[in-house]
Design a binder for this molecule. Sequence first.
Ligand code: AMP
Length: 315
Amino acid sequence: MPILVVGSVALDTVETPFNRMDGVLGGAASYFTTAASIYDQVNLVGIVGSDFPREHLDFWRNRSVNLDGLQIQEGQTFHWHGRYHMDMNTRDTLDTQLGVFGDFHPVVPESYTQSPLVFLANIQPELQLEVLQQMPHAQLTVLDTMELWINTARDQLTEVIKQVDVLLMSEEEVRQYTNQSSILAAVRHFFTLGLKYVVVKLGSYGALLFGADGTYFSAPSYPLEEVADPTGAGDSFAGGFLGYLSTVQADASGSFAIDDIKRAVVHGNIIGSFACADFGIGGLTGLTMDDIVKRYGELVRYSHFDPNWTPQGAH
Ligand code: AMP
C-alpha cells in the first residue's frame, strides 16, 4: 500500500556537543520518506529549491519513492539550523530560512490520490489541511506537528486534529497543547476531538499508545549507548509506524487490527532508534529488513514478562 507524505524537505545545519554538519539532507518528510521506503512505496509531496543536490533525488528514486509531487522551484531550499544541548535531547533552533517553502501550496498529483495511507509530517497546519482536502478517500491519516504550530497556529492545528485518525505527539507537546499535567487527562481531551489513536512519544523511553476504544499499550525503546544526532527521530518513528502498516491488510471497513497498530508503534521505536545512531539520515540509508527483524526480537525479549503469576500465601 503506497504511503503519501507531505512535509518539509530541507538542507540542515546540525550541531551537537561533539560534531557539526552543514547542508545535510533534513526535513520531516525526508526522514519519513527514507524510513518508510524500507517497507513500501512512498509518494512524496513537498518543495525544494534549485540548490537542492540531485544526488538526494537519485537516492530516493532508487528506493521506490515517487517524486511526481515534489516541486522544484528557482530559489533556496528550506534551511534549518539547530544546536543540541549536552543531554542530546533538548535543542535550540538558531535559524530557519523558509526559502521556496515561503509560498508553497501542496499539489497532490493524480498518481497519488489512491494512496490509502497519509502522513501529514511537520509543516504549517493549513498546508496539512490542503493535502487532506485533496485526499478524501484515505484509509488512515496520521498527523505530526511541533511546538511552533502549537504556539502560533493553534486553531488551524485543532482543525487538522479533528480531521485525522492518529495523532503522534511528544510528551512535552501533549502538555503544551492541552495544558494538562496528566497525560491520561490530556489524551481524554484528544478523543473528544474525534481521534482514533494518540501515540505519545517519550524520547529515549519509548512510546505510549492510547485508543478511543480504551486501548493502552506501552512500547519499550531500544537502549542505545550512543546518540549521534536525534534530529528526525520523530519523523523516522512515523516512517516505521506507517511503513509497517503498509505491509498488512486493513479489514473491510478500512480499520487495522489492534495488534497491528501495536506492532506499528514498536516498528516506530525501532526505526527511531536507528535514526538517532548516526548523523542526518545516515542511520537509515543502509538499513535492511533483517536489521529491523533482529531489533524487533530483542525488544520482545526486553519487554516480555511472565503472565503466569499467582500470589502465594496472601491473606
Ligand atoms: P524532528 O527532530 O523530528 O523535530 O525533525 C527535525 C526536522 O524538522 C529537521 O530536519 C528540520 O529541517 C525540520 N524542521 C525544523 N523546523 C521546521 C519547521 N518550522 N517546519 C518544518 N520543518 C521543520
